[in-house]
Design a protein. Structure first.
Length: 216
C-alpha cells in the first residue's frame, strides 16, 4: 500500500465513523440504516473514482499535504464547536460529509490504488457506518451526554489530523527498505494505533460507566 493510500483508508474509516455517530442522534430502523450505508458506499466509490480527473490539477498536493491535513484539522474542530455549542445537527452532518468527499478526492487523486482497492475501501465505509451506528444504540443511553461523546471523538479525530500534518514530511521521506516487510511501522502509523486505542478505551469506559452507574 502506498503512503497516500494508507492515509486515505484511515481518514475514510474515521470520517465514516464520525458521520455514523452524528446520525446516531436520529432514530432509524435497520432498513433505513442499510440504505444510508449503501449511500455512503456509493458516495465513497464515486468520489474516489472521479478523483482521476483531478490527478494533474491536484498533483501539487504531494508537497503540501502537511498543510492540507492542518486545514482539515481546523475545519473538523470548527464543526465540533458548531455541533457541541449550538447543537446544529444538520449543519454538522453536511459539513462532515463535504469534508469527507473533499478528503477522498484529494487523497485518492494522488494515490496508486486500483479500481479494486477503491471498491474495497467503499465496502469498508459501508461496514464502518453500519457497525458504528449499532454501537450508538448503547452510547445514546450512557450516563454521559451523547453530544459529549461525539465531541470527544471529533477532538481526537482533529488531533489525529494535526499529527498527520506534523509527521507527513518525515514519513514521506522514510527509506522503507530499512524496515522489514512484516513491521513497516512509521511514526504516523504508530500514532494511528494510539489514537484508535484511545477511542476504544473511551467507548469501553462509557459503556462500563453506564452499566455500573459510576462516573469516569
Amino acid at each position: 500500500m502506498d503512503l497516500i493510500g494508507g492515509y486515505l483508508l484511515v481518514i475514510l474509516i474515521l470520517f465514516t465513523a464520525n458521520i455514523s455517530l452524528l446520525i446516531g442522534n436520529l432514530k432509524i430502523n435497520n432498513f433505513k440504516l442499510i440504505g444510508v450505508s449503501f449511500a455512503i458506499l456509493i458516495i465513497s466509490f464515486v468520489s474516489m473514482n472521479i478523483s482521476g480527473y483531478f490527478e494533474n490539477t491536484l498533483s501539487f498536493l504531494l508537497d503540501y499535504y502537511s498543510y492540507f491535513f492542518m486545514i482539515l484539522c481546523i475545519f473538523v474542530f470548527l464543526t465540533f464547536i458548531c455541533y457541541f455549542k449550538k447543537n446544529n445537527l444538520r449543519f454538522s452532518i453536511v459539513s462532515v460529509m463535504i469534508l469527507f468527499i473533499i478528503s477522498l478526492i484529494c487523497l485518492s487523486s494522488q494515490s496508486e490504488l486500483s479500481l479494486f482497492d477503491f471498491s474495497l475501501y467503499s465496502l469498508f465505509s459501508f461496514l464502518t457506518l453500519f457497525s458504528v451506528y449499532q454501537l450508538t444504540k448503547l452510547l445514546i443511553h450512557a450516563k454521559r451526554d451523547y453530544p459529549v461523546i461525539i465531541g470527544e471523538y471529533m477532538c481526537l479525530f482533529s488531533l489525529l489530523l494535526f499529527i498527520f500534518g506534523l509527521t507527513y514530511e518525515s514519513t514521506r521521506h522514510l527509506v522503507y527498505s530499512m524496515f522489514s516487510p512484516f513491521l513497516i511501522l512509521t511514526p504516523t502509523y504508530q500514532l494511528i494505533y494510539i489514537i484508535i486505542g484511545i477511542i476504544v478505551v473511551l467507548v469501553i469506559g462509557v459503556v462500563y460507566n453506564d452499566n455500573k452507574g459510576g462516573s469516569l
